[in-house]
Write a protein that binds this ligand. Structure first.
Ligand code: MRU
Length: 352
């Protein structure tokens, strides 16, 4: 199977070009943020979303912040960069890739050997584009590493969108599906619609269908029935942040799916790049969980679906305890329990 995946974020003709994911599936439209404020807004409003993609967007947002800088010296420039990073960091709290990417660009500037402001600006852009390019290679490696786990299955269930649209390309959870398809093995995918913002219905169903991969859309409350009927043989999801003990924050509803998978004897796989691990956090309890506008729950688009003024709880993510996670698929290899030790070993960090 041969197809060219879409490019959700790119640097084109001297501008950042982003697919506006809030317009999908109706329309494939692009936005071209010109300022750091416009990039902040695009992230906040989920025009660009998915952990790796918001990291890339934030890094490019730093470039938008400093591209017209009139800093008189390097210290002033670094200060402007720091302020912009602090501002972008307020857009969404859960996906650690956002903070990782901001820190990476800041570190590249701190390590620069030049004081020339034009050269430093160029370096910010180059580092942001390197993050984008590396993410594409990383996702391809996640696909290659995860493929043996899924190769002999007929169908998998996924939640939210952890596909091409959520990354530079190929996705994380969907990367093994795309990789296998490129090798001639086409898996079926059941996609949870993913209330309240329908990333599964709007985005996962759209990109898989476009790629020619058979996708069956279900509402979130159908997952147990799908498993009970033996229609899927594994669950594979992405992640927004993974703590040192292997607890996984991902789109709200993931935790419930993990419990269902365990009860039905199905493997529950999480696919994520090394940049999604936050080893400074001992467990998932420490992961900050974004709470969003109640209107996302009380309305379907602009139409109210609940009584006015009703109390709403709208966390965008939940935390799946490590005991439900069969394995974590990364670009560096597959991590299996016990996570505390094996995360460090496979990611090759934190050891003398
Ligand atoms: O709120 P979103 O759409 O940004 O949530 C996205 C998810 O939960 C994804 O599963 C996660 O970011 C992994 S994307 C490769």
């Amino acid at each position: 199977m041969h197809y060219e995946p879409v490019t959700p974020i790119r640097w084109h003709n001297g501008q950042v070009e982003i697919i506006d994911q809030t317009r999908l599936p109706g329309e494939l439209a692009f936005i071209r943020p010109q300022t750091v404020e416009e990039m902040w807004d695009a992230i906040k409003q989920l025009k660009v979303r998915g952990a790796p993609a918001i990291g890339i967007a934030a890094a490019l947002g730093l470039y938008l912040a400093v591209k017209d800088s009139r800093a008189g010296n390097r210290a002033e420039f670094e200060n402007e960069l720091k302020k912009a990073a602090a501002y972008l960091a307020t857009s969404r709290p859960t996906a650690v890739n956002l903070f990782w990417a901001l820190q990476r660009v800041e570190a590249a500037i701190a390590a620069a050997t030049t004081d020339d402001i034009a050269a430093l600006k160029e370096l910010v852009l180059r580092e942001a584009l390197a993050i984008r390019d590396e993410d594409e290679a990383t996702c391809r490696a996640i696909g290659r590493n995860g493929a043996p786990l899924l190769r002999d299955l007929e169908a998998v269930l996924t939640h939210c969108n952890a596909g091409t649209l959520a990354t530079a390309r190929y996705g994380t959870a969907l990367a093994p599906v795309y990789y296998l398809a490129s090798c001639g093995k086409v898996l079926k995918v059941f996609a949870d619609e993913t209330r309240p913002l329908l990333q599964g219905a709007r985005l996962t169903a759209w990109e898989l269908h476009r790629a020619g991969i058979p996708v069956t859309l279900i509402t979130d409350n159908m997952a147990a029935a799908v498993m009970a009927r033996g229609l899927v043989q594994a669950v594979v999801v992405g992640a927004d942040r993974i703590a040192a003990n292997g607890d996984v924050a991902n789109k709200i509803g993931t935790y419930g799916l993990a419990i269902l998978a365990k009860d039905h004897g199905l493997p529950f796989y999480v696919a994520a790049p090394a940049s999604t691990f936050d080893l400074s956090l001992k467990s998932g309890e420490e992961i900050p969980i974004e709470e969003r506008d109640p209107a996302e729950v009380t309305h379907f688009g602009l139409r109210p679906t609940a009584p006015e003024g009703i109390d709403v709880f709208n966390p965008a993510f939940d935390v799946t305890p490590n005991r439900y996670v069969t394995a974590i698929i990364t670009e560096k290899g597959i991590i299996r329990p016990p996570y505390q030790e094996n995360i460090l070993q496979v990611l090759d960090v934190g050891r003398a």
